[in-house]
Design a protein around this ligand. Structure first.
Ligand code: NAI
Length: 341
């Protein structure tokens, strides 16, 4: 069966890393017709829109997107395309699994965490205004609906994957109403999953606890801003931003993307690490039910890391983006032969 997937190559290193991921996914044997669209500044220059209508229609019809990083201007200019896509398609859950890859020297050797971040509200609601000159107000929106939805997503994931513990991360000691509501929703949902141990930790303590001992956590659920920060902190446990995947999941569609940005400092040099986008594509294959292809790509990726022959510079190698992709494709053939035996 053939699939259609919307591909947003993005800016900076985006086209290089998504191209590598697409080549590897195509080599896995799953038939995908990729519908390519620009977004952000490039789309605006061509079509006068940051998110062109054609892109919106494509995601609506395919229900699946693979996205490279898109540059967002800081302190002014257009709003984040990532945040806009998440809101537009109600991609309410941002899911980020954090696991070690073989042979990479990291502070902790066997981290296995799952971060479930609410993706549509909190401080990312984009409601900011100047009250009087010199005073700006930024609203944090927390709703029962969105909090219950992300809590249920986290508990359903934990039940499906036989995870043992969920911690809700909050600052309800200070933001008593907003984070208080978030916690009440988590507690209500937790009652329906008695087999999963439920706990609550305050965000600042969580940062310290994570760095001291990440093994004490299993699944973490939190509102938008805390999730953004904790995700990057946890990415550092397993080797950094070039490695960690992400999925934005809604009821109608899902967009898979790397955690890292467009890395303008290394763009266009064929040196970026495509692992994060590739691991996001593996999450996408699982979401599509293409478990065998997902396992095959992941096994080939792990083999490439174990061999240490074709790794990119950010993880201590000398290979370029395309050489790394070629090595994963070659290893996929070996993995396939081994499976066939
Ligand atoms: P960044 O993630 O682009 O770069 C941070 C550092 O990590 C840089 O030194 C970069 O070279 C390195 N790096 C990132 N990805 C890498 C990879 N795949 N391989 C090797 N090294 C890698 O973060 P920064 O500089 O804060 O943001 C740059 C732009 O990206 C900004 O416009 C920002 O808004 C945007 N951005 C977009 C995201 C998205 O589309 N999902 C997410 C984060 C940032």
């Amino acid at each position: 069966m053939g699939y259609k997937v919307t591909l947003i190559p993005g800016d900076g290193i985006g086209p290089e890393v998504t191209n590598a991921a697409v080549r590897i996914v195509n080599a896995s044997g799953v038939k995908i017709d990729w519908e390519r669209f620009a977004a952000g500044a490039e789309a605006y220059a061509k079509f006068g829109e940051y998110i062109p209508k054609e892109l919106t229609h494509s995601i609506e019809s395919t229900g699946l997107g693979l996205k490279g990083p898109v540059t967002t201007p800081i302190g002014g200019g257009f709003s984040s395309i990532n945040v806009a896509l998440r809101k537009q398609f109600e991609l309410f859950a941002n899911f980020r699994p954090i696991r070690n890859l073989p042979s990479l020297p990291t502070r902790y050797p066997s981290v296995d965490l799952a971060i479930c971040r609410e993706n549509t509200e909190g401080q990312y609601s984009g409601i900011e205004h100047e009250v009087v000159p010199g005073v700006v107000e930024s609203l944090k929106i927390i709703t029962e609906k969105a909090s219950t939805r992300i809590a249920r997503f986290a508990f359903e994931y934990a039940r499906r994957e036989k995870r043992k513990r969920i911690h809700a991360i909050h600052k309800a000691n200070i933001m008593k109403m907003s984070d208080g509501l978030f916690l009440r929703c988590c507690r209500e949902v937790a009652k329906e999953y008695p087999e999963i141990t439920y706990g609550e930790h305050i965000i600042d303590n969580t940062c310290m606890q994570l760095v001291m001992n990440p093994y004490q956590y299993d699944v973490l659920v939190m509102e938008n801003l805390y999730g953004d920060i904790i995700s990057d902190l946890c990415a550092a446990f397993v080797g950094g931003l070039g490695l960690v995947p992400g999925a934005n999941i809604g009821t109608r569609c899902a967009i898979f993307e790397a955690v890292h940005g467009s890395a303008p400092d290394i763009a266009g040099k064929d040196i970026a690490n495509p692992t994060a986008v590739l691991q996001s594509a593996v999450l996408m294959l699982r979401h599509m039910g293409e478990v065998e292809a997902a396992d095959k790509v992941h096994a080939a990726l792990e083999k490439t890391y174990k061999e240490k022959l074709h790794l990119t510079r950010d993880v201590g190698g000398t290979a370029g983006t395309s050489e790394f992709a070629d090595a994963v494709i070659a290893n996929m053939e070996h993995v396939a032969v081994a499976t066939g035996d």
